[in-house]
Design a protein around this ligand. Structure first.
Ligand SMILES: [Zn+2]
Length: 220
């Protein structure tokens, strides 16, 4: 009985090995490395997680609070216009934060630096695909009437493998979903939690709680 069992195990594992070698040969012939074939497609679209399960203990700061904490950044324009508030200007820095160069509010930039350093360590392939569609931009919320949080350089739009995620479709890229816990730990609110029509999962912004903490710590 034992001998028979051993014999069958041997044949099965041998078949599996043969199959694996065949698949590998096919991939090599097609010019694809095994690593590439097994790679996660971080731009693949999935449904955004239920709003009840994300952004716990974090609130999206409205423009009134941002104006109270930092002042009006400039003119309320449709597209990016100049940051004219000298107090805010003093807090704006441009830095290389790992996979990208960003211009934003000093403590937000420091947080991005920590976030991307962790992603680099945990998920190097995702890290390599991270890009940005912008951070500081004084303008209205798209389809809204007040300032976007980009106006103070506290929000960033993330591209995965140069692809932009579509707003308001209830879907997100696998890569953005995997980045979310890193931003959440630093107190950033994920735009996937906005109302259905405004869903904006490439967008991460310093939450109201984080803004208040930076204020209390005299960092802004
Ligand atoms: Zn945005």
């Amino acid at each position: 009985m034992n001998a028979k069992f051993t014999k069958w195990s041997f044949i099965n594992s041998d078949r599996i090995t043969t199959a694996a070698i065949s698949i590998t040969s096919l991939l090599v012939l097609a010019g694809i490395s095994v690593e590439q074939a097994l790679a996660v497609d971080y731009t693949r679209l999935i449904s955004t997680p239920s709003r009840a399960t994300i952004n716990q203990n974090l609130t999206s700061p409205d423009a009134d609070l941002m104006i109270k904490l930092l002042g009006k950044p400039g003119r309320l324009t449709e597209n990016c216009s100049d940051l004219t508030n000298p107090q805010i200007k003093r807090l704006i820095v441009t830095r290389n934060v790992g996979p990208l160069k960003a211009t934003g509010l000093k403590p937000a930039i420091a947080a991005l630096d920590r976030i991307f350093a962790q992603v680099k360590r945990d998920k190097p392939e995702l890290y390599r695909q991270i890009g940005t569609a912008g951070m500081l931009c004084v303008r209205k919320v798209r389809g809204g009437s007040n300032f976007s949080n980009h106006s103070w350089g506290t929000a960033i739009d993330i591209k995965i493998n140069r692809k932009l995620d579509k707003r308001g479709d209830g879907k997100t890229q696998v890569g953005l979903n995997e980045l979310y816990p890193y931003f959440h730990r630093e107190g950033f609110y994920w735009g996937a939690g906005y109302s259905r029509a405004r869903e904006d999962s490439m967008h991460f912004e310093a939450s109201e709680e984080l803004m208040r903490r930076w204020k209390a710590e005299n960092r802004i």
